[in-house]
Design a binder for this molecule. Structure first.
Ligand code: TXA
Ligand code: MG
Length: 301
């Protein structure tokens, strides 16, 4: 299907992606159509090996090779100066391309079998929570995607960390599945992206990852009485709250485990007829940064 210009949903260690031949404009267009994704939001290109990055990037900025050696395959996307061969539709006309080598055995096998890299955003309708199981993809895009490669539940559970080279330094575009602290241990400090002007980093759109149910972050103890008698959903790190539905993401206080279950919890509460979803603020370190980022966006509507 991919060789014939079709789209296929693929598992990765972060979230499921909706994939097409990155060098085939028509195929990539189908990804945008299926997701109802605006064309100003560029896609990440997935490669089978570190060497394959050179088919997409015209040069590697300082530190890029060290980062690839340290973290690929894994949840790190590098935004690199792009080669002319990469179609504009993939990069929304930007002069850069986001590239990563995913750490999922099935998808690496697929990538190695193909003659081309795969452009793939998360396999969800634009603006909704990303899928971390094949069933999530089927529930929302089932009628638009002819094939879902089921690789089981995603190990990491939040999207990749995205960094880009801005003239003379690395900048964080999106916190994600690889802790920024790990990146900094290899290349030194990474700057925070000032709020970007579109289309530079549309993953930063405020109301991304939003369930239909309103989400509030923080102040659960104070807010719970306001919803007395109502069906309230709570997403907590380790504590249990007296709410109708309370999802504890990690009893042992492990942020990696919490990230893995975050999107499934948001979906479950969203589908569970709650009037509101109250979420804790997580420790702002390691994967807690990605969790807080996704919750903040889910709350911004
Ligand atoms: O873990 C992931 O990153 C997953 C899996 C499937 O790989 N992909 C993913 O893609 O989450 P998604 O839906 O977030 O879309 C790609 C995002 C864009 O929204 C944008 O923020 C960023 O990647 N991006 C891609 N190319 C870029 C570029 N040239 N400059 C800046 N940001 C870029
Ligand atoms: Mg997405």
């Amino acid at each position: 299907m991919l060789r014939e210009g079709g789209i296929v949903a693929i598992p990765t260690e972060t979230v499921y992606g909706l994939a097409a031949n990155a060098f085939d404009q028509g195929a990539v267009l189908k990804v945008f159509e299926a997701k109802q994704r605006p064309s100003f939001d560029p896609l990440i290109v997935h490669v089978a090996s570190k060497e394959e990055v050179h088919r997409l990037a015209r040069e590697l900025p300082t530190g890029a090779q060290e980062l690839m050696d340290a973290f690929w395959p894994g949840p790190l996307t590098l935004v690199l100066p792009k080669r002319a061969e990469v179609p504009d539709i993939v990069t929304s006309g930007l002069d850069t391309v986001g590239v990563r080598m995913p750490a999922h055995p099935l998808t690496l096998e697929l990538l190695r079998a193909l003659e081309f890299p795969l452009a793939a955003p998360s396999a969800n309708p634009f603006g909704y929570v990303s899928p971390t199981t094949a069933a999530h993809v089927a529930a929302q895009l089932g009628d638009r995607v002819p094939y879902i490669l089921d690789g089981g539940p995603c190990e990491v559970g939040v999207e990749s960390t995205i960094i880009g080279w801005e003239g003379d330094r690395w900048v964080l575009f999106r916190p994600g599945g690889l802790p920024v602290e790990a990146i900094e241990s290899v290349i030194g400090s990474v700057a925070n992206a000032v709020k970007q002007v579109l289309p530079a980093a549309p993953g930063m759109l405020e109301s991304h990852y939003a369930p239909r149910t309103p989400v509030h972050v923080g102040g659960i103890v104070e807010l719970l009485p306001c919803f007395a008698g109502k069906r309230v959903g709570v997403i907590s790190f380790r504590k249990t709250y007296a709410a109708r539905r309370c999802v504890v993401l990690s009893e042992h206080g492990d942020l990696t485990e919490a990230a893995r279950g975050l999107f499934a919890a948001l979906r479950a509460l969203d589908d569970g007829g709650c009037v509101v979803i109250l979420a804790e603020r997580f420790p702002d370190e390691g994967l807690g940064r990605a969790i807080n980022d996704r919750l903040r966006r889910a709350a911004a509507r």
